[in-house]
Design a protein around this ligand. Structure first.
Ligand code: TYD
Ligand code: MG
Length: 456
């Protein structure tokens, strides 16, 4: 019998310790250590055992390595391809995280359908749902070809055998938290199980050149259950986010070894599965009130794509000594800072006001270019004067109230023009670098004072 010993793992960063600790010395999180029983590994290898092994390991010159750029497999979902950096890379491993019920299984089943329909061999392994449940979901999504293989299994050794036998091109593992490795004695979903399972999947991925998608649940705190180690091991980490009550979902790349991480994909949950949203700006601005104070359209770049969004603010006198402030969809501290700028540079007494700022639609935007939008929304609500319709604004606001240049001004303006906007409030510096654009009136501003003077 292998000797069993107890190890404590930090759930947040994966640090190991032989005794329990209240605070993790590595990541300084509290109460993250959990106990796990690990059986001592038999025959841990160290050093090179024989000459054969030494012969097999060899070095290669960089220029002798061939890359096949066209080897990427398109998922035929443009939004997903964009986030992946142009398609699925064979032999890669992608982690898709997100809250329960957000649509991870649906998205990947749709990917499976598209790829199966284009003749690829796909294996979908579910540890969460029965074959009947998958069938019911598949019927909502549409027609499937026969090349899609389904498997309900949680034992990774068996999954490994089947992968070896069938050699599919793409494998989807529906939830890494349900998978278990027999050689690890702790329960499925625990830190060491998740880590070992991912490691053995990774071996299959690199060994056979199979692309893996693994689904990971997100805990209440918003991290993939199991340690951060998981994120380090895989090639690409995608998060599926969005309000469960709103219909649209955003797929965000957090890490990508084969592409940019700035890109986002926008989807809408329909009765027949997820549908791509080709023009997110239109979608985000749907339902914008007309002639209401405290509402302004700003423009944020998400990767290479501009997205117009509505910034809403509500400012009213506080009834308590301590004003209440909230920020939904953007950085709370940034809002506080911008309120201080308004107070000091515009002389409006925001100090005794409650303020609520919201990016309509539940999307999260942290680009500094929406600063000007927040400032205008706040002042518009404070003065209770609406901002003219068909006006958009963008610009970063500095501490002295100056409006600073932002990148890709032209793309932003063109997006606004496409949606029928006619006035654009932008940093003076960015304006002078822009060519004339038909049908758009540019208002270059140097400071928040200029902007507020013009707009509110
Ligand atoms: P699911 O993919 O099961 O979520 P996850 O795997 O991330 O937990 O998504 C399920 C939700 O999506 C569920 O609330 C039902 C809804 N849904 C639709 O609205 N339309 C559909 O066509 C499908 C398949 C699901
Ligand atoms: Mg699921």
């Amino acid at each position: 019998m292998a000797k069993e010993k107890v190890i404590f793992y930090c759930q947040s960063c994966g640090a190991e310790s032989s005794k329990w600790m209240g605070q993790c010395p590595a990541c300084k999180e509290w109460n993250t250590f959990v106990e796990e029983v690990v059986s001592a590994k038999k025959g841990v290898r160290s050093g090179v055992k024989n000459a054969n092994q030494a012969k097999q390991a060899k070095v290669t010159k960089l220029r002798d390595i061939e890359t096949a750029d066209n080897a990427r497999i398109s998922t035929q979902i443009a939004e997903l391809d964009r986030v992946l950096g142009g398609g699925i890379v064979p032999g890669s491993m992608t982690l898709v995280g997100g809250d329960p019920g957000i649509g991870k299984s649906t998205l990947l089943l749709q990917v499976c359908r598209n790829l199966a329909n284009s003749g690829k061999k796909i294996l979908y392994v579910s540890g969460e749902e029965s074959l009947q449940q998958i069938k019911i979901r598949a019927e909502r999504i549409g027609e499937f070809e026969d090349t899609l293989l389904l498997l309900c299994e949680t034992n990774l050794d068996l999954i490994g055998e089947i992968v070896k036998r069938e050699l599919p091109q793409i494998v989807v593992i529906d939830s890494i938290q349900t998978m278990y490795n027999e050689s690890v004695s702790s329960a499925p979903g625990s830190v060491s199980q998740v880590r070992e399972s991912t490691a053995s999947l990774l071996q299959m991925a690199k060994g056979y050149g199979i692309a893996f998608f693994i689904i990971g649940h997100v805990t209440k705190e918003g991290v993939v259950a199991g340690p951060r180690v998981l994120e380090h091991m895989v090639d690409t980490v995608l998060y599926f986010e969005g309000d469960r009550h709103a219909a649209y979902r955003i797929l965000r790349g957090v890490k990508n070894r084969f592409g940019s991480t700035n890109e986002i994909g926008v989807f809408e949950m329909r009765s027949f599965g997820l549908e791509e949203v080709k023009n997110p700006s239109e979608f985000m601005l749907g339902g914008k009130p007309e002639g209401a104070s405290g509402s302004v359209v700003a423009c944020s770049m998400e990767g290479s794509r501009p997205i117009l969004l509505e910034v809403q603010a509500l400012v009213c006198r506080t009834n308590f000594g301590m004003p209440r402030r909230t920020a939904a969809g953007t950085d709370f501290n940034r809002v506080n800072l911008l309120m201080a700028v308004i107070e000091k540079r515009l002389g409006l007494s925001m100090g005794n006001c409650d303020a609520y700022v919201n990016i309509a639609g539940g999307i999260r935007m942290n680009e500094p270019a929406i600063d000007l939008g927040i400032v205008l929304a706040l002042t518009s609500s404070y003065k209770n004067r609406p901002i003219e319709e068909k006006t958009i604004c963008f610009g970063e606001v500095g501490l002295s109230g100056e409006v600073r240049a932002v990148n890709m001004a032209e793309q932003r303006v063109l997006e606004a023009k496409k949606l029928g906007f006619t006035t654009c409030i932008l940093p003076e510096v960015s304006k002078s670098a822009l060519p004339e654009i038909d049908g758009i009136r540019f208002i270059g501003v140097k400071s928040v004072k200029d902007a507020v003077h013009f707009a509110v």
